[in-house]
Design a protein around this ligand. Structure first.
Ligand code: ADP
Ligand code: MG
Length: 680
């Protein structure tokens, strides 16, 4: 039997079982043997009967005090086995399995596993799994039994049997990791590990098996990434820029501030890339407010200086619009022609822009998704920048990149992740991190509050507004329903406007508003005509109003930590002390932990690390987006040290000439593989 064989070859699998397995994503023998247990029943942890509670899944150990077979009516037999352990009693119940009773002779010692039920004042287990173990055997009895996430119609025992059968009969589960790697990292063999994943003798063995299995996944993921990189490095198609000259220098001097060390370093990385032989593919990660826009402005100036065009794509209308204004400021008086394109651009203006892009009179195009439309054609696109890249799919990013021959690309994100992880996840991107903030930023004081504090907070907002400051009130996202989002924002708006703050100007902005209306409101807020702005999360990115000192978030528990951090980044941009107030009436443990982290941590890098640990890699944004294979045993977050080892080993192998073609084509498939082995 081979790994690629259909599960039909497994004993006992007919068309019906095949269908059920396919619902679990299992089609081949390989899928089956890599369908790892969700957890294990630990038969070594025995609970005293007096400590049992209904619904516990427990192992008990006792002696048979009584056994009865009863037939309450025709066609129904019940076996009742009474077990006692000196602290209490539990009845094992079996329906319609009369033969079961015979083994339970009075005085026999029984180890039993099952879910505790409470029935007329007595504890019982239906259908318990049992072992007959004498007290002197007990200390050496070790057993971990796999438990699988199942679908309806597959019994756990069937799953165990199918997997055991596959593991016993598979012929081609050969070692796929390099032998030296196995030795250096003290890893179990492949087949041995697969067996031990499903039927470990003890926790020690389970741990080693998981380590090997996770390592293997991470190893091939890294190998794929490294090979992709190697391939890219061979394509010498770069637009090789000259060392930065007058124009770049002029933009630099034109900034109303001095670059921070982090910004300088990031731009220096970019210069090296753009002056090199390989097209730049770089990720700039930096906290909200760390000044990524200025770095982008320099990079765009550099490409223009070299006679090419640049494009900057942002995920929202508001953000793109703001960038446009910022760039007009940055480039004022310099020979860089900036244009703005969004879905809202009028046809006439649009046509003019398209013309300008074609004849090369427009140097830099800024906009939303509208940039990737087919008829947007550049004369000579040399640099593509994507802001807040986690909001875009890889496909959208690539779509923009294909508008140039082989342009330099830069992606920017304000949800930073640890460097090693970034290197691994973003694969073929190089990473620059802007740590540290422009000078003069005060940390934003952050508080988590519930209803009881609401009055006081409103009073406080009133005082801040009286003092001339401005306030954001952000309303929660209601899952999957933009309508409800809106309803809650409108309700809050009306309440605040009519009842709480009738003496102030209260404004409302949300995603469903017409663009021109949105812009007018934002402008009024920017200009100080509006004191308090109620918003859905449209303001999450890119709004810059230094006079705003309070960010109040309703339903803060419904936002992710990164999102909350982004929102918080909207204030603290001026000279005055700013505040972020997180309102939630949800007091469960997770919420409390998250709120506590927000109150204590200002550093976005640290916060995102914590966020990752809290959420686990399951929800790790962008992982699948980047075309990475499924991880079944490994966890990108928890296994970070293992990931680093795997990366080192993979690098050694790839540098030594290995291409793992078969293994990788098999694992990655799809788009990623195409990028790797097919020539564009
Ligand atoms: P982000 O990294 O979140 O995109 P921005 O680029 O929007 O941050 O910058 C946030 C604010 O900081 C802007 O108002 C910008 O003008 C300002 N800024 C950027 N760099 C510096 C600097 N080196 N010194 C002072 N202020 C800066
Ligand atoms: Mg930004």
């Amino acid at each position: 039997m081979h790994l690629s064989d259909s599960v039909q070859y497994i004993k006992g699998v007919g068309p019906s079982m095949k269908g059920k397995l396919s619902r679990l994503g299992i089609a081949t023998v390989e899928d089956l043997v890599s369908f790892y247990p969700r957890r294990y029943q630990d038969w070594t942890k025995i609970t005293k009967m007096e400590e049992l509670r209904p619904d516990d899944e427990a192992v008990i150990y006792g002696q048979v005090a009584d056994m009865r077979k009863i037939t309450p009516r025709r066609g129904l037999t019940i076996v009742n086995v009474l077990l006692i352990d000196g602290t209490g009693a539990v009845t094992l119940v079996y329906f319609n399995q009369p033969w079961k009773g015979d083994a339970f002779r009075k005085g026999t010692y029984v180890l039993a596993y099952g879910r505790i039920e409470y029935n007329y004042g007595k504890l019982q287990i239906s259908g318990a799994e049992t072992e007959f173990i004498s007290p002197d055997e007990l200390p050496s009895f070790q057993k971990l039994v796999p438990v699988y996430p199942l679908t309806e119609g597959i019994r756990i025992s069937q799953m165990r049997n199918m997997i055991s059968f596959a593991l016993d009969h598979v012929e081609d589960m050969e070692e796929n990791l390099p032998v030296e790697t196995l030795k250096r990292q003290h890893l179990m063999g492949r087949l041995e590990a697969a067996r031990a994943m499903h039927n470990p003798k003890n926790w020690e063995e389970q741990k080693e098996a998981r380590r090997r299995t996770a390592f293997e996944e991470l190893f091939f993921m890294q190998a794929g990434i490294l090979l992709l990189r190697k391939k890219r490095e061979k394509q010498v198609l770069s637009i090789k820029c000259a060392p930065s000259g007058k124009l770049v220098q002029a933009v630099r001097e034109h900034f109303p501030f001095r670059l921070t060390e982090g910004q300088r370093q990031a731009f220096s990385d970019i210069e090296d890339d753009m002056e090199g032989l390989i097209p730049m593919q770089r990720l700039i990660q930096g906290d909200v407010g760390s000044g990524k826009t200025a770095v982008a402005a320099l990079a765009l100036a550099k490409i223009v200086e070299n006679g090419y065009q640049g494009a900057l794509m942002a995920p929202t209308e508001v953000l793109a619009g703001q960038h446009y204004h910022t760039f007009q400021e940055f480039y004022r008086g310099l020979p860089i022609h900036v244009a703005y394109l969004s879905g809202q651009t009028k046809t006439k203006d649009r046509n003019e822009i398209l013309q300008g892009l074609l004849d090369g009179s427009i140097d830099v195009l800024i906009g939303t998704h509208a940039l990737i439309e087919k008829d947007v054609v550049f004369a000579h696109l040399g640099l593509v920048i994507t802001d807040e890249q986690h909001r875009f799919g890889v496909r959208q990013r690539k779509a923009l990149e294909t508008k140039g021959g082989c342009p330099h690309t830069l992606v920017m994100t304000a949800t930073p992740i640890p460097r090693t992880m970034a290197l691994s996840i973003y694969g073929d991107l190089d990473v620059s991190s802007i740590r540290g903030m422009p000078p003069g930023r005060h940390p934003v004081k952050t508080y988590a509050i519930g209803s009881s504090m609401l009055r006081r907070v409103f009073n406080f907002m009133g005082r801040e507004m009286t003092a001339g400051h401005q306030v954001y009130v952000v309303c929660p996202l209601v899952e999957k329903s933009e309508k409800q989002d809106l309803a809650s924002a409108v309700a809050v708006y009306e309440e605040l406007k009519d009842k709480v703050f009738p003496m102030f100007q209260v404004g409302l902005v949300h995603g469903r508003m017409k663009n021109s209306d949105k812009e007018r409101v934002m402008e009024d807020f920017h200009g100080g005509k509006i004191n308090l702005l109620v918003a859905t999360s449209v303001i999450e990115v890119g709004v810059n109003v230094p006079n705003a000192t309070i960010m109040f978030v309703y339903g803060a528990d419904r936002f992710g930590l990164s999102q909350l951090h982004q929102l918080r980044g909207r204030v603290g941009r001026g000279k005055s002390q700013s505040y972020c107030i997180l309102f939630s009436d949800n007091h469960n443990e997770v919420t409390e932990t998250r709120m506590k982290l927000m109150c204590e941590i200002q550093d976005g890098f640290l916060l995102s690390e914590k966020d990752l640990l809290l959420r686990g890699s399951g929800e790790f944004f962008g992982y699948h987006q980047h075309g990475m294979p499924d991880l079944k045993a490994a966890d990108i977050v928890r296994d970070l040290p293992l990931l680093e080892m795997a990366r080192k080993e993979a690098k050694r192998a790839v540098d030594g000439g290995a291409d793992f073609k078969e293994e990788l084509s098999h694992r990655f498939g799809g788009a990623f593989f195409k990028r790797l082995y097919e020539d564009e």
